[in-house]
Ligand binder design. Sequence first.
Ligand code: GLY
Length: 352
Amino acid sequence: MQPLPTKSAPVSLSEDPVADLQELIEKISPDKIFLLTDEHTHEHCLPIIEDLPGLSTDRIIKITAGDDHKHLDALASVWQFLSAGGASRHSLLINLGGGMPCDLGGFAAASYKRGIPFINLPTTLLSMVDASVGGKTGINFNGFKNEIGAFRIADMVLIHTPFLNTLDRENLLSGYAEMLKHALIDKPETLEKLLDIDPSAISADKLAGLVAESVLVKDRYVESDPLEGGIRKALNLGHTIGHAFESLAMKQGKPVLHGYAVAWGIIPELKLAVTKQGFSKDISEKVESYIDELYGVHSFTNDDSDNLYQLMQHDKKNRGNRINFTLLSRVGEPVIDVDCSREEIEAVISSQ
Ligand code: GLY
């Protein structure tokens, strides 16, 4: 186990997840161990840890994969499984998966008997650099992303980067979008380093070496503001419009991966940053062409603007009727709570 110098929560790189989990389990000393998987991690990742001593097959929960299944029924099925399996407040839940099992499993652990210990074992790039770290847990509700949830820091996040080899290119790119976001709120050198990576050279091996650095960017913001009263909102760059894209795509029955929606959301939000905060047009255009090359262009049109605007009105950063954006004045200098009008928002979406 190689602990990262995080301050907001314990995060370690792990070459041998079974040995490291064993060590953690000795410390936590749970009465029972439960493991949450989804269909994908059950098939592709569970074999790597199924020899974990103390883990019995009847305590392995499998839920349907995909963010469109991050809903109340799936959460209730996890509560039901824990309850039927006799989980106590001293039982441990291990979440093996991407953003969906980490978010949903984290909330199940945060809420079951008012909270049980949990370990995140992220298996996707997105969950390694973002979802598993920082204590946001929850589910989608009523058509809105992460509408119900709680802040609860995992007892440990154990990052085993060889899991990245189980991902297809789309899922690698989905996580890479959050790394681009972290680079934009970190510093120019970090952004340059990512933009210098040739899109055709993006691979699990290449990105594995950049995971720790990206986690440390997130950690810095979470440590300063764990409950997102202020500067943690920087981590939402690209997400005000990105979440609206993602929710609308889900409503239209053609779900897109979270990172694709975030990448598509970064472009108009950088354009807002150019007009409202004096952000560099050159950098905005450079990022835009990099994102276009990697993620293609989204399929939303002017006909979607009412729906997108309504979805943005539910963004958790809003106050009253104002839609509050996180923008940038420079790379590494986020400006939070920037109120943008409907006209300003529609102008940057339609210019894509
Ligand atoms: N994913 C953004 C945050 O954790 O604050």
